[in-house]
Design a binder for this molecule. Structure first.
Ligand code: HMG
Ligand code: MG
Length: 288
């Protein structure tokens, strides 16, 4: 009998690199995406079409999208904060786009320069345009357990925003522990609320590994039926608008953890190791 499949959605080129201080040349990002394309992922988040003055590292989004060698059957995803970003993503040939709301007002203002409801109205425009074009939309909810500005996040706030994203047509909602302060118990309480709105097949866990609890939080989520987890090769990253956010949990660590728990990810460990080494090199050569 085949081991049950769990998908890892690779975030390194976007969530990972967006927080690096050294402006990494597009060619290096393209080489990383091309290497990751050989690892066995179904989806890779490549970049984001956001204002360069907000996230300078993603200013080369169109160049990176144009430079990668696309592998058949793999979806190359990007973040789109508004219609302008969506149009640019479409022109770049993104296979899917993501909209990203917050469960707290404080993080929404810091990350999106708008309160939750205002940001959702903007995202609804993106979702509508994407629907008309037949482009799949993924939704994120950030700060699902703890917010660096507002403190602990009520589970009901996460469920409310997740339901709004579902209503806009998001095929999946990814739950972000943006600053990695969640614990198995707070993740479980949050999931109890969210599962009242969406079935586990439409949810993903997106856990940052700030204090080393991401794998335990993944286990808590597996127990609730989630089977998709976001991770970044080499544990790259952080969030420029979330003080204290460390990288996403490392893809190679999640893959090894899942394998030892009897799950199949379809990922090639040697390609992941090569990609992790590439990210270490990218960080060592940073000039800050
Ligand atoms: P704003 O400054 O309020 O927007 O930002 P604006 O409409 O006033 O535009 C400001 C300037 O940007 C204008 O230019 C626009 O033309 C331009 P100016 O007139 O000043 O020269 N502009 C654009 N340029 C390029 N592409 C665009 C675009 N839109 C406007 N798409 C906005 C509002 C939402 C745009 C901004 O706040 C934003 O993009 N925020 C996103 C920041 C970000 O990328 N954060 C990191 C990703 S989220 C994350 O990491 C969390 C996640 O991983 C999950 C988790 O861990 O929880 C997903
Ligand atoms: Mg993140």
């Amino acid at each position: 009998v085949d081991a049950p499949y769990v998908e890892i959605f690779e975030m390194g080129p976007r969530d990972g690199l967006q927080n690096e201080k050294r402006l990494i040349p597009a060619a290096e990002k393209i080489a990383l995406v091309d290497l990751l394309s050989r690892a066995g992922f179904r989806r890779i988040e490549v970049t984001s079409f956001v204002p360069p003055k907000w996230v300078p590292q993603m200013a080369d989004a169109a160049e990176v999208m144009a430079g990668i060698t696309r592998r058949h059957g793999l979806r190359y995803a990007v973040l789109t904060p508004n219609l302008r970003g969506y149009e640019a993503a479409k022109a770049a040939g993104a296979d899917e786009v993501a909209i990203f709301a917050s469960a707290s007002e404080g993080f929404s203002r810091a990350n999106l320069n708008a309160g939750i409801d205002e940001s959702l109205a903007r995202f609804a425009e993106v979702a509508e345009a994407a629907k008309a074009d037949g482009v799949p939309v993924r939704g994120y909810v950030s700060v699902v357990t703890d917010c660096p500005f507002d403190g602990p996040t009520p589970p009901a706030s996460v469920a409310r925003v997740a339901a709004r994203l579902r209503d806009m047509g998001c095929y999946e909602v990814s739950l972000g522990d943006t600053i990695g302060q969640g614990r198995p118990e707070t993740i479980d309480a949050m999931l109890t609320a969210v599962l009242g709105e969406l079935p586990p097949e439409r949810l993903a866990g997106h856990y940052h590994d700030t204090v080393g609890r991401a794998l335990a939080n993944i286990d808590a989520s597996l127990a609730r039926g989630l089977r998709v987890f976001d991770a970044a090769v080499g544990g790259l990253g952080g969030c420029p608008y979330a003080p204290g956010a460390a990288g996403n949990v490392a893809t190679e660590a999640v893959a090894a953890h899942l394998a030892s728990a009897g799950y199949r990810t379809g990922l090639d460990a040697s390609v992941l190791e090569e990609a992790a080494a590439m990210t270490r090199h990218m960080r060592e050569t940073r000039d800050v």
